[in-house]
Design a protein around this ligand. Structure first.
Ligand SMILES: [Fe+2]
Length: 184
C-alpha cells in the first residue's frame, strides 16, 4: 500500500460531502416550480456529483478508497430541500445560501498542507474555485427570487424575512465584533 498522504482525510471528507450535496440539490431541483431556480440547482448538483467522483478517483489513484461517512445533518437538509411546504426563498434561508461569508470561507485553509502533490493541488484549485462560484450563483438566484417575491408576498411573509435578515445581521455582527479590551 502507498504511503498515506497527510491530506487523505480532507480528500475523503470532500468526496463524501459532495455526494451528499448532489443528493440535496437534485431533490431541491425536482421540487421547485421555478424553471430558472431549477436550472441553477441542476448546475450545482452536477458540479457536486462531479466533485464527488473526481475526489474518489484521486483517492483511488493515490492507492486508497473512499471511506463512507454518515452526515447526521443531511436528512434534515434534504427534507428542507425537497419540501413541498416551503418556498424556494425559505429554502435558501434555512439552508444558509443567502449571504457571503463575512471574511474567510471554509475553503480558505484547504491549501494549508504544503505536502499536497501537484495533481491533487490542481484538482483542489478547480474544486475550490467552483465551490466559490456555486456560492455566488446561489446568492444571486436568491436575490432574484427575493426581488420577484417582494411584490407578491403578504406583509407577514415580508416581516418574517426581515426578522430572518435581522437575526443573520446580529449573528454576523457579534461574530465580527472585536473583543473589548480592559482599561486596567
Ligand atoms: Fe459542494
Amino acid at each position: 500500500m502507498s504511503d498515506k498522504p497527510s491530506y487523505l482525510g480532507l480528500l475523503n471528507a470532500i468526496a463524501v460531502g459532495e455526494l451528499g450535496g448532489e443528493v440535496l440539490f437534485n431533490e431541491w431541483a425536482a421540487a421547485t416550480p421555478d424553471e430558472n431556480v431549477r436550472a441553477v440547482l441542476q448546475t450545482v448538483a452536477l458540479r457536486e456529483g462531479e466533485h464527488a467522483k473526481s475526489f474518489a478517483k484521486r483517492i483511488n489513484e493515490l492507492g486508497f478508497s473512499v471511506i463512507p461517512k454518515d452526515d447526521p445533518g443531511l436528512p434534515e437538509r434534504c427534507s428542507i430541500a425537497g419540501s413541498a411546504d416551503l418556498d424556494d426563498c425559505e429554502k435558501f434561508q434555512r439552508l444558509g445560501f443567502t449571504k457571503a461569508p463575512a471574511d474567510k470561507d471554509i475553503f480558505s485553509n484547504f491549501f494549508d498542507d504544503i505536502t499536497m502533490d501537484i495533481q491533487t493541488g490542481e484538482l483542489m484549485g478547480r474544486y475550490v474555485s467552483e465551490e466559490r462560484d456555486t456560492g455566488r450563483m446561489l446568492r444571486s438566484c436568491y436575490a432574484a427570487i427575493s426581488a420577484q417575491n417582494g411584490s407578491t408576498t403578504t406583509i407577514e411573509d415580508r416581516l418574517q424575512r426581515i426578522e430572518c435578515a435581522l437575526a443573520e445581521l446580529a449573528a454576523a455582527t457579534s461574530a465580527a465584533a472585536p473583543k473589548a479590551k480592559s482599561k486596567r
